[in-house]
Design a protein around this ligand. Structure first.
Ligand code: 5RP
Length: 221
């Protein structure tokens, strides 16, 4: 997020709307990215017990505000996870992972009862896939996985100089046909060497806060 981010005001509006879903005493699952950063800035306004962070970057920001960080293994099921997305469709399926935090995001989302996705209106799509799918891969499997993706019609790009929080690499993959998000999620899960990827269908959003010129719209899936 920069001062010139043309969507900053919308991201801030979506984040402000998300505050009303946060209950006193909660341990909140917190996503990653510029929209989530807007939410983190507002968290001192609510009285959470603490947070489970979806990335080291988010954890650092939360700690800087004095918010207690919990290990997911200590807390079990979370009531609420709030995150952004790179794309979201009419069913709450998403592409995430532009920031490279997709694996921990998917884990925290899976361990949460309710997923609120905050987006500006540029993220809404009829069909997922214009934004590349970030595929986190064990370093040794990079070439093998890339060949498998090409065989499926994908166009994988190695995210140069980027290492995930888990020490893995990312293949940003264009041109995948995501007509059926659940099916694509399963197919990608089945490639040996893939740790996780940015198609979120099993962990789709329950509610979307969509910010546009006319304000913030709430959409339940
Ligand atoms: C990070 C993510 C983010 O949620 C996604 O990239 C959206 O980020 P932003 O709010 O900066 O547009 O999945 O891994």
């Amino acid at each position: 997020m920069t001062a010139t981010d043309p969507k900053l005001a919308q991201k801030q509006a979506a984040a402000k709307a998300a505050l009303s879903y946060i209950e006193d005493g909660m341990i909140l699952g917190v996503g990653t990215g510029s929209t989530v950063n807007c939410l983190i800035e507002l968290l001192p306004q609510v009285r959470i017990k603490g947070a489970v962070a979806s990335s080291q970057a988010t954890e650092d920001k939360l700690k800087a505000l004095g918010i207690e960080i919990y290990d997911l293994n200590q807390v079990g099921v979370l009531d609420l996870y709030i995150d952004g997305a790179d794309e979201i469709d009419a069913h709450g399926n998403m592409i995430k992972g532009g920031g490279g935090a997709l694996t921990r995001e998917k884990i925290v989302a899976a361990a949460s009862k309710y997923f609120i996705c905050m987006v500006d209106d540029s993220k809404i799509v009829d069909k997922l896939g214009r934004f590349p799918v970030a595929i986190e891969v064990l370093p040794q499997a990079r070439s093998y996985v890339a060949r498998e993706l090409v065989a499926m019609g994908g166009d994988p790009m190695y995210r140069e100089g980027f290492v995930t929080d888990y020490g893995n690499v990312i293949l940003d993959t264009y041109d995948l046909d995501i007509t059926d998000a659940a099916k694509m999620e399963a197919v990608l899960n089945n490639i040996v060497g893939v740790v996780c990827h940015g198609v979120f269908s099993a962990q789709s959003a329950h509610l979307m806060l969509k910010a546009g010129d006319q304000g913030v719209q709430t959409v339940k899936f």
